[in-house]
Design a protein around this ligand. Structure first.
Ligand SMILES: C[S@@+](CC[C@H](N)C(=O)[O-])C[C@H]1O[C@@H](n2cnc3c(N)ncnc32)[C@H](O)[C@@H]1O
Length: 197
């Protein structure tokens, strides 16, 4: 087995982040300043929790974190175990929103990705489908002027995906981060300033 630990792995340990993925969000935050104090955020694909740590440290609010996998409890985090795209998940998110008096989210972030198969077409289409499910949640749960940040494995459908949704927002951008592994097809798509779906 190759050793996949790199400088971000060791940095995450040093900074007590739960994952090296935390540095991807920190980099995106430095470039785009998407997260702000007081925001209510929904996060998809949260486990083990590196992004949740960053989100709560910036917003100071409770983050809604969703994953099909378990997540060790984290302060200021409502964790919901479920799969994006399942009807039951939306109902559970809404129940928690009602409990906390939240009407809609300021931002929805997704770092969700199934285990990579090694086949780029399969990885691209599964990540494309997850992104479409996240956008369906955004249609129901995002505030006017809100933002969506999504991870996608780049492929044939990426431009089609961005074109499908960009007119609903005032700003859209495809970007890469240095903290992704070098050969990775991983990109992040940002939609900001929701005008309406
Ligand atoms: C790269 S990890 C996320 C790391 C996380 N951002 C962090 O900072 O710790 C991707 C996560 O997406 C989750 N995932 C994959 N498919 C999903 C789906 N359909 N719905 C919800 N979570 C999913 C996986 O279980 C995995 O925990």
């Amino acid at each position: 087995m190759p050793d996949r630990r790199d400088k971000f792995y060791y940095l995450a340990k040093k900074e007590r982040y739960r994952s090296r993925a935390a540095f991807k969000l920190l980099e995106l935050q430095t470039k785009f300043g998407i997260l702000k104090e007081g925001q209510n955020i929904l996060e998809i694909g949260s486990s083990p929790g590196g992004w949740s740590q960053i989100i709560t440290s910036i917003t100071g609010s409770t983050v809604f974190s969703v994953d099909i996998d378990k997540m060790v409890p984290l302060e200021n985090t409502v964790f919901i175990r479920g799969r994006v795209g399942d009807k039951a998940l939306k109902v559970r998110i809404k129940d928690e929103m009602d409990r906390l008096g939240i009407e809609a989210f300021d931002g929805i972030l997704s770092d969700a990705m199934s285990k990579t198969s090694g086949n780029q077409d399969i990885d691209h289409s599964s990540s494309y489908l997850i992104c479409q499910e996240v956008m369906a949640l955004a249609e129901a749960l995002l505030k006017p002027d809100g933002f969506v940040l999504l991870k996608q494995f780049q492929g044939d459908l990426t431009v089609k995906f961005v074109n499908q949704w960009k007119n609903s927002f005032g700003f859209s951008k495809i970007t890469k981060v240095a903290a992704s592994r070098e050969a990775s097809k991983e990109i992040y798509i940002i939609f900001q300033y929701l005008k309406g779906f």
